[in-house]
Design a protein. Structure first.
Ligand code: ASP
Ligand code: MG
Length: 467
C-alpha cells in the first residue's frame, strides 16, 4: 500500500493511514510506501533554491517551518515514551538536510545528486514517524530508506529502476522483515544507483516506488491511497457530473495519467503489467468507498472512459522553408533534441510530407525544449532552411481515453462536433495507433467548455458504453 502526501499530511492523517495498514495487515502481509507530508517536498526544493541563491534568511525560515511541522506531528502522534527517540531521529534527518543545504549555499550551485539526496529526507521523516507510531500501537514496524532497496540508473531527478537488482535487494531487505513479522515502512520517491549515489524517481514518484516494489516482491495487489475516491471520468472541478470509474485497464489509466489526470504517476503501471498485479486507487479519507480497480483486461465491455485536460502547455510549430531540407529529418532531429533535454512530447501532429509539424510540451518544460531545439538546429535556423520556431502558449490539451475508442466509427466525429458546437476552436489533433486516446489541442480559453461538452456528448457521467 502507498500513502500519498495528504494521506500522511498530519498526525491525524498518519494515524488513519497506520490504522488502515494495521487492519489490512491482520488479513495478509502488508508493506507500506509513504510520501513526504503534503507540501514538504516543495518546501525542501524551495530551501535548496534559496541556498543556491545565497539567501540565508529564506533558508532559516524554511528550516523553522520544516522543523515545526514534523515536531508538531511527532508530539501529537506519539505517546510520551516514544517521543524522545523519534524527536532525535527527526533532529538527525534535519541536520542531514541542513548539511546538504549548507554545501549548496557554499557552492552557489545545486548539483542534481545533492538535490536528490536532500529531497528524499521528506519521505524519510514521514516514514520514521509512521513506523514509530505503528510500534507504539504494538505493530512491529521498521522505517526503510528506499535508497537501500530501489536500484536505479543515474538520471538524477528522474531516475528509472533497474528491476533485477531491485528485486534482489527487496527480497533481502523487505521480504525478510515481513517474514519476521515486521511491517516495512518504505520511503517513496527515492532510490540509489548501484554504487550508492542517491536518486529520485521524479515528482509524484512515490506511486512508482510502490509499483516497483509490488512487482519486485510479487505482491498480490497494490493499493494506492490518495485524497480522492478513485479515478474519475473527468476533473470534478470542471465537470460536476463526473463519476468515479469502478474498473479501468492499465492502458487506460496510463493514458489518463500521461494526459493530465493527477491521480497516478504516469510510470506507475509499467512494472505491473507483466505480472498483471491489480491496482486499487482508493481514498484514505473515505476508506469504505470501493475506489477504482485497475486491471490488465476488463470483465465488462470496452468503453470510452474519461476526458482529461492540461492547461499549462505550449504548442511549438516548425516549418521547413523549402524542399531543400527533408521534413522527416528535421522532425527526427527535433525529437532527438527534446529527448536529450528530457522534455516530454505530449502530442505530435504533422502535414503529409512533414514540411511542417507541431508538438505540445508542458509549460514548465518549454524553456528547456526551446534551448535544446535551437541549439540542435542552429545552422538550419541561421541559414533560413527552417522558418523561425513558433510558440503558442495560449492553448490547452484535451484527451478522450478508453479502450472502446478503438474501432467505434463516428466517435471522433461526435467529439469534434461537440467541441465546435461549444464554439471552441480546434488547433491540432493527434491519435496514437493504439486508438486508445484522441488528443485535441484547443484555444486555452475554450478548454473547460470543451471538456464539459465532450463529457456530456459521450455520456461519460453515466459510465455508458459507446457501442
Ligand atoms: N514527495 C514527492 C513529491 O511531492 C513524491 C510523491 O509524493 O509522490 O513529488
Ligand atoms: Mg502523488
Amino acid at each position: 500500500m502507498k500513502f500519498g502526501g495528504t494521506s500522511v499530511g498530519s498526525a491525524e492523517r498518519m494515524r488513519a493511514a497506520a490504522g488502515i495498514a494495521i487492519e489490512q495487515g491482520r488479513r495478509r502481509p502488508v508493506l507500506i510506501v509513504v510520501s513526504a507530508m503534503a507540501k514538504v517536498t516543495d518546501l525542501l526544493l524551495d530551501t535548496l533554491r534559496h541556498a543556491e541563491g545565497g539567501d540565508r534568511a529564506g533558508i532559516e525560515e524554511n528550516f523553522r517551518a520544516l522543523r515545526a511541522r514534523h515536531e508538531e506531528a511527532c508530539r501529537e502522534l506519539l505517546p510520551a515514551e516514544f517521543q524522545e527517540a523519534a524527536m532525535s531521529g527527526i533532529g538527525e534527518l534535519l541536520a542531514e538536510f541542513e548539511r546538504i543545504a549548507g554545501g549548496i549555499l557554499m557552492l552557489a550551485e545545486r548539483p542534481p545528486r545533492s538535490v536528490d539526496e536532500a529531497v528524499a529526507i521528506g519521505e524519510r521523516l514521514s516514514a520514521l514517524l509512521i513506523a514509530a507510531f505503528l510500534n507504539s500501537r504494538g505493530t512491529p514496524a521498521r522505517a526503510v530508506n528506499a535508497a537501500h532497496v530501489i536500484v536505479t540508473d543515474a538520471l538524477f531527478g528522474n531516475a528509472s529502476p533497474i528491476l533485477e537488482h531491485t528485486r534482489e535487494k527487496a527480497w533481502a531487505v523487505l521480504a525478510s522483515a515481513i517474514e519476521e513479522g515486521v511491517l516495512p515502512v518504505v520511503t517513496g520517491f527515492n532510490g540509489a544507483t548501484a554504487d550508492g549515489r542517491p536518486t529520485t524517481l521524479g515528482r509524484g514518484g512515490s506511486d512508482f516506488s510502490a509499483s516497483i516494489l509490488a512487482a519486485a516482491l510479487d505482491a498480490a495487489e497494490l493499493w494506492i491511497w490518495t485524497d480522492v475516491d478513485g479515478i474519475m471520468s473527468a476533473d470534478p472541478r470542471l465537470v460536476p457530473s463526473a463519476i468515479v470509474l469502478d474498473e479501468i485497464t492499465y492502458n487506460e489509466a496510463a493514458e489518463l495519467a500521461y494526459n493530465g489526470a493527477k491521480v497516478l504517476h504516469p510510470r506507475t503501471l509499467a512494472p505491473l503489467v507483466d505480472k498483471s498485479i491489480p491496482v486499487w486507487s482508493k481514498n484514505s479519507f473515505a476508506p469504505e468507498k470501493p475506489g477504482t480497480r485497475i486491471v490488465a483486461k476488463l470483465a465488462s465491455g470496452r468503453q470510452t472512459r474519461a476526458v482529461t485536460s492540461m492547461a499549462r502547455v505550449a504548442l511549438v510549430s516548425m516549418e521547413a522553408a523549402g524542399a531543400t531540407i527533408s521534413g522527416t529529418q528535421v522532425m527526427a532531429r527535433a525529437l532527438d533534441a527534446l529527448a536529450r533535454a528530457n522534455v516530454e512530447v505530449l502530442a505530435l501532429s504533422s502535414s503529409s510530407y512533414r514540411q511542417n509539424f507541431c508538438f505540445l510540451v508542458r509549460g514548465e518544460e518549454l524553456r528547456a525544449a526551446m534551448e535544446s531545439l535551437e541549439s540542435a538546429l542552429a545552422l538550419e535556423l541561421a541559414h533560413e532552411y527552417l522558418k523561425p520556431l513558433e510558440v503558442d502558449e495560449n492553448v490547452g490539451l484535451l484527451a478522450v481515453v478508453g479502450e472502446g475508442m478503438r474501432g467505434t466509427p463516428g466517435l471522433a466525429g461526435r467529439i469534434f462536433t461537440a467541441i465546435s458546437q461549444a464554439s471552441v476552436n480546434i488547433i491540432a489533433i493527434a491519435q496514437g495507433s493504439s486508438e486508445l486516446t484522441i488528443a485535441i489541442v484547443v484555444r486555452r480559453d475554450g478548454l473547460e467548455k470543451a471538456v464539459r461538452a465532450v463529457h456530456e456528448e459521450l455520456h461519460l457521467g453515466n459510465g455508458a458504453s459507446v457501442s
